[in-house]
Write a protein that binds this ligand. Structure first.
Ligand code: S3P
Length: 427
């Protein structure tokens, strides 16, 4: 069972944004509780190649900003590793600087779509070369003469929105961004916190519109990164499905666009108590208490997909222990993550003797409270969230699961195993 109190690492989305905006600001920014994972190191290493001085002093990261148009011409390719957020956000950040850059990535990232972002940057006048029109390596010929345009984003993706927002800071005139469906809003929150003025309004049809009247200057301001709610989700489900568990996770980011999974787990019967305690650099934070619970199935509407996008793998584990049939609808975007997550979740559930099926883009899981034997292989496809989700399922298996790759957890949460061990009570 899981018992005790836990402080988990900083949020991945906020960490990326804090180093990028620190680099684009004037002055020195201190970042506290920055997530020190492989994805964040990819962003830091790219920024260093662009001439930004970033160092760690005791537990604090210090970024010496170069301004919104101060990136230097790099003499090497920019390797985004496994990180979609690094590549897509950095495309927008470099697009308005008069430099030529080439972005590369690992095998997984090189098979993920990039034109969803670069199409918008081409519209504003940036010359971009993609591999097979959609993939890394991507070469960008940045320009200071970008156009202020109105962009309508149809795919729900915070990465697309954020990329355009980062470009807009350095464009003269009014850039306007309309999202058909709202996505996570960390970029807006950090803009506000750093005093980068913009307008956000809700149009008559209910769609949000962001207006940035550039160019803007950013003055460095220290940032404290709230703990990652997506990482907290693993222990939350771990405690819910492991008899006798009772845990508390502290100082977690409670941004509304990130904690839809808590609402879902509560509707499934989860005993979860959330207490808001305040704000950290513009983001709401609080403590989450979780006890072992008898779970029941649920139907999750596709409208919620943007707010659950990183939590479906661990929600699938919860569903596998819930009485009845859980339907997760409209998961097409899951196919474009670090692995084809719809496939990787389903295949590994089946391998673990859990009743799972895919119908179009829906994942259907029949839960059971019978003892799981375990001992089967889990194929992670080097996907950190698949590795962590099945590490949680492993807690309730009679014999250990043979997870083929635990190292990939370093992508988002190097302290995962250490934190899990700290609350594991074998007594
Ligand atoms: C992220 C947005 C999400 C999410 C990813 C991080 C971000 O991707 O899956 O882990 O930091 O903006 P999309 O917005 O592309 O779905």
């Amino acid at each position: 069972k899981l018992k005790g109190c836990l402080n988990i690492s900083g949020d991945k989305s906020i960490s990326h944004r804090s180093v990028i905006l620190g680099a684009m600001s004037i002055g020195q920014m201190e970042i506290h509780n920055l997530l020190e994972s492989k994805d964040i190191m990819s962003t830091i290493n790219i920024l260093r190649k662009l001439g930004v001085k970033i160092k760690k002093n005791n537990e604090v990261w210090i970024v010496n900003g170069v301004g919104t148009c101060g990136f230097k011409q790099p003499n090497q390719k920019l390797d985004a590793g496994n990180s979609g957020t690094t590549s897509r956000l950095m495309f927008g950040a470099v697009a308005t600087n008069p430099i030529n850059t080439t972005f590369t990535g690992d095998k997984s990232l090189s098979s993920r779509p990039m034109s969803r972002v670069t199409n918008f940057l081409e519209d504003i006048g940036v010359k971009i070369n993609l591999t097979k029109n959609n993939y890394l390596p991507v070469s960008i010929q940045g320009t200071q003469d970008c156009l202020p345009l109105k962009h309508i984003i149809t795919k729900p993706s915070a990465q697309i929105k954020s990329s355009i927002m980062l470009a807009a800071i350095n464009i003269s005139g009014k850039t306007s961004i309309i999202e058909k469906q709202a996505t996570r809003d960390h970029t807006e929150i950090m803009f506000k916190y750093l005093g980068i003025k913009f307008e956000k309004k809700i149009n008559k049809n209910g769609q949000a519109q962001i207006i940035i009247n550039g160019p803007k200057e950013i003055l460095a301001k220290n940032i404290h990164v709230a703990s990652d709610p997506s990482s907290a989700a693993f222990f939350t489900v771990g405690a819910l499905i492991t008899p006798g568990s009772n845990i508390e996770i502290k100082n977690v980011c409670l941004n509304k666009t990130r904690i839809a999974y808590i609402k879902i787990l509560k509707q499934m019967g989860g005993n979860i108590v959330v207490k808001k305690i305040g704000k950290l650099s513009g983001e709401s934070i609080g403590n989450i208490k979780v006890k072992y619970s008898y779970l029941k199935s649920i139907v999750i509407n596709k409208k919620l997909a943007p707010y659950l996008i990183d939590e479906y793998p661990i929600l699938a584990i919860a569903a596998s222990r819930a009485k009845g049939v859980t339907k997760m609808q409209g998961l097409s975007e899951l196919r474009y993550k670090e692995s084809d997550r719809l496939k990787s979740i389903h295949e590994n559930l089946i391998a673990s003797k859990i009743d799972s099926s895919i119908k179009n883009d829906d994942l259907i899981i029949k839960g059971s409270c019978e003892q799981l034997i375990g001992n089967n292989k889990i194929t992670t496809y080097h996907d950190h969230r698949i590795a962590m989700s099945f590490s949680i399922l492993n807690l309730i298996c009679k014999k250990p699961l043979k997870i083929d790759n635990l190292k990939c957890i370093e992508i988002s949460y190097p302290k995962f195993e250490q934190d899990l061990k700290s609350i594991l009570d074998n007594g």
